[in-house]
Design a protein around this ligand. Structure first.
Ligand SMILES: [Zn+2]
Length: 145
């Protein structure tokens, strides 16, 4: 399994859900399992955002020299991009948590099939099944040239 080097990767620290035979897909227990994964991820991300903001503020105070400032600004835009990614991801996580509350979680938005517990554990914010995701990526590639 790849090591997550940024918090924008889904967390890997959880016990994989063991469904019992004949267990209903996305029953109360399963929804709770994913709620906990998402809440943990959200927590990690929010701490990360805090750190980035603090870091930006510290840096802003540290450099007076113009040459240093240029280097610093490069660092800034990188951090701002990271923050932007984190913000989008937080939004997505919140939307996903809402779907869990509405018990509308775990089914493909395009074709309606079950996305599957293992796939959702790897990508808790997934809204498409593997087939539809692959198709969407293919289309994207064709459009993008
Ligand atoms: Zn689908």
């Amino acid at each position: 399994m790849p090591v997550a080097d940024t918090k924008t990767e889904a967390p890997k620290k959880f016990t994989p859900y063991e469904a019992e035979a004949g267990e209903e897909y996305m029953n109360e227990q399963q929804l709770e399992h994913f709620r906990q994964i998402l809440l943990g991820w959200k927590q990690e991300l929010m701490e990360e955002v805090d750190r980035t903001v603090r870091h930006l503020q510290e840096e802003a105070n540290n450099y007076a020299d113009p040459a240093d400032r240029a280097t610093q600004e490069e660092g800034f835009s990188l951090e701002l991009r990271t923050r932007d990614r984190e913000r989008k991801l937080l939004k997505k996580i919140n939307e996903t948590l809402e779907k869990i509350d509405e018990e509308d979680y775990g089914f493909c938005e395009a074709c309606g099939v079950e996305i599957g517990i293992r796939r959702l554990e790897a990508r808790p914010t997934a809204t498409l099944c593997v087939d539809c995701k692959t198709l969407a990526e293919l289309k994207e590639k064709q459009l993008g040239g």
